[in-house]
Design a binder for this molecule. Structure first.
Ligand code: SF4
Length: 345
């Protein structure tokens, strides 16, 4: 299983290398960084972090398509990282820019981890959302990056034009490739994006909040049950993000709600969860909903403990029926109950 080194210094390079703008993306809002020259901006961020602490294990370039940046600028960023004392790096990038030449270069500069923005493995969804590659390119990219680097993938749920079946296919296909880690981002409509226009004219109608939970729970369960470490579920909360949300479901506890839904579905359909005294609270769920519904099924078992991948493997089978077309009735009602809980203080 992939484990992060303890301290990663994040450098955000919004839109760097992006040749077009994906319909949902306003990277400045998501990361909360302003505009400015790429190198200056990166240098300032690194200096700021180094002024708080000099104990960093690795530097990460996030928020753009690192390997699509023109080589001159990319080399300048690598050199900057080196000058600041980093010999271990990671970046996120687009699957259409990971040819052998850029991967050789990355290895030479100490890159150990590459995160690919996959988002969907449906050609229709990729094209509607203006992602600049197709499924075949993406699958090849994951395979070639995985041969040389620790590989992370990002996927989205609730994208423009997406169905629940698309999410299930994407998650199952990604899980089969066994990336080391994954982040799952539910789509929200941000100001100053093409998606905001599509939303305003009813061309994009976001899935209901309960449906978003179900789709994301499927993705989480598929990846986790295959041994991928899902390190983030939901967008990171920042003031600039929250101020710019125009539509879709956003909640800072989205990740907790997704895990709670999986636990509820597991407990509804199967036996009990055994956990150690120290870990038992992890299974009580968002607002203790799992404990309220199944007080006798979450028990302390010092000799035997139920694993999260095992819960996910079984719960996954009870999220959707009819090849991902409809949610199972009980699963849908748990998702709705979770959403209602967000209104109760
Ligand atoms: S590739 Fe990533 S950073 Fe670039 S526009 Fe698309 S979502 Fe935004």
């Amino acid at each position: 299983m992939h484990t992060f080194p303890r301290r990663i210094l994040p450098v955000f390079i919004p839109f760097a290398g992006c040749r077009n703008r994906c319909v949902y993306c306003n990277q400045n809002r998501i990361t909360g960084t302003g505009s400015g020259s790429l190198l200056e901006n990166a240098s300032r961020q690194i200096s700021d972090y180094l002024s708080y602490s000099d104990k960093w294990d690795e530097l990460a370039f996030y928020g753009g398509s690192f390997t699509c940046i023109p080589q001159k600028d990319r080399l300048a960023l690598y050199e900057l990282a080196r000058e600041k004392g980093f010999d271990r790096l990671r970046f996120s990038t687009s699957p259409d820019c990971v040819g052998n030449d850029v991967l050789d270069e990355a290895e030479a500069f100490g890159v150990r981890t590459v995160e690919l923005g996959v988002q969907s493995l449906s050609d229709g969804v990729l094209s509607l959302n203006k992602r600049p590659y197709d499924v075949e390119t993406c699958l090849k990219a994951i395979k070639s990056v995985s041969r040389r680097f620790i590989t992370g993938v990002q996927m989205m749920t609730g994208m423009y034009g997406e169905t629940a079946a698309d999410v299930a296919n994407t998650a199952d296909s990604l899980a089969a490739l066994k990336p080391a880690y994954a982040r799952i981002y539910p789509t929200v409509v941000l100001a100053d994006t093409e998606l905001a226009e599509l939303y305003k004219t009813d061309c994009y109608i976001p899935p209901t909040p309960a449906e978003m939970l179900l789709r994301t729970a499927y993705a989480y369960a598929a990846l986790t049950s295959a041994g991928t470490n899902v390190i983030r579920t939901g967008l990171q909360s920042t003031d600039s993000l929250e101020d710019s949300i125009k539509g879709g479901f956003y909640h800072p506890a989205f990740g907790d709600m997704v895990k709670t839904l999986i636990i509820l579905i597991f407990l509804h359909n199967y036996g009990e969860i055994n956990a150690s005294q120290a870990d038992i609270h992890k299974f009580f769920g968002y607002k203790s909903l799992a404990r309220k519904h199944f007080p006798d099924k979450i028990i302390i078992g010092e000799d035997f403990q139920t694993s999260l991948p095992e819960i996910c493997l079984k719960a996954k089978e009870h999220i959707f029926e009819n090849n991902g077309r409809n949610p199972e009735r009980n699963s849908a009602s748990y998702a709705e109950e979770l959403i209602r809980q967000t209104h109760n203080r």
